[in-house]
Design a protein around this ligand. Structure first.
Ligand code: ADP
Ligand code: ADP
Length: 225
């Protein structure tokens, strides 16, 4: 078994399956891209890993535990949304601290985790700013730090760079890769941008019509016929 295993996973909203008999194994510390056209099942797959959608059949195993029926808030799976969803009235520090406060993490540890989180995304100096006083790329980094301080076993990122302009998107590719490697957190991100997947991921999962069409390293995918 790998760190994260999806086994014969079938996912559906109504009668027609959106994802069919999916088998996927992901190693600890990997950065994996789910790549494919709109409607191929990327978001649906992520939702099931996050515990937001119950599988029709199949299993999800994480770090040796069957989490198929474990509720979303007990899975140690983090989710970073496309739209960051930062709280506009809270400072950067409080945005990052939000989940830790809900978990009643004691103040000294909370402060340490928030400071470490902000440092890892290069935003230590911006702790007291409001989100509106940051660039899009900086806001995206706050969202990343907010999820990382919860110390998830897996972090899922839904089109993490799609809201950024072209220049920032390139800059954030490098940044995301650096943060992922330094933190060692296993991450899966959704994209429909092949260049992004090739540039960022350790491994690319190409999906088509609810199935895995191709899987491999960027080199393997790039050189495939
Ligand atoms: P994405 O860009 O991530 O693929 P979409 O724009 O396809 O997202 O979907 C946005 C929202 O609409 C999601 O919450 C998704 O669950 C919902 N949605 C997508 N397709 C359908 C559908 N056929 N019927 C109902 N809701 C849908
Ligand atoms: P992707 O993220 O790759 O764009 P999705 O996982 O959002 O694809 O969608 C996979 C399939 O499931 C699509 O056919 C989509 O229309 C359908 N779908 C997604 N969300 C819903 C929903 N909430 N209700 C019904 N169908 C949905």
């Amino acid at each position: 078994a790998s760190f994260l295993d999806l086994e014969r996973l079938t996912l559906a909203y109504g009668d027609t399956p959106a994802v069919k008999d999916l088998d996927l194994s992901i190693g600890r510390g990997e950065l994996v891209a789910l790549l494919g056209p709109s409607g191929c099942g990327k978001t649906t797959t992520m939702r099931s890993i996050a515990g937001l959608l119950k599988p029709r059949s199949g299993k999800i195993r994480l770090d040796g535990v069957d989490i198929t029926r474990v509720p979303a808030n007990k899975r140690a799976v983090g989710l970073v949304f496309q739209s960051y969803a930062l709280f506009p009235h809270l400072s950067v520090f409080e945005n990052v601290a939000f989940g830790l406060r809900l978990k009643k993490i004691p103040k000294p540890e909370l402060e340490k985790r928030v400071e470490t989180g902000l440092k890892s995304v290069g935003l230590s100096k911006f702790a007291s700013r409001k989100p509106a006083e940051l660039s899009g790329g900086q806001q995206q980094r706050v969202a990343l730090a907010r999820s990382m301080v919860m110390e998830p076993k897996v972090l899922l990122l839904d089109e993490p760079l799609s809201n950024l302009d072209a220049r920032l998107r390139l800059e954030m590719r490098t940044e995301l890769q650096r943060v992922q490697k330094e933190s060692g957190i296993t991450m899966i991100f959704v994209t429909h941008d092949q260049g992004e997947a090739l540039a960022l991921a350790d491994r690319i999962v190409v999906m088509l019509d609810g199935r895995i069409e191709q899987i491999g390293t960027p080199e393997e995918i790039y050189n495939a016929p």
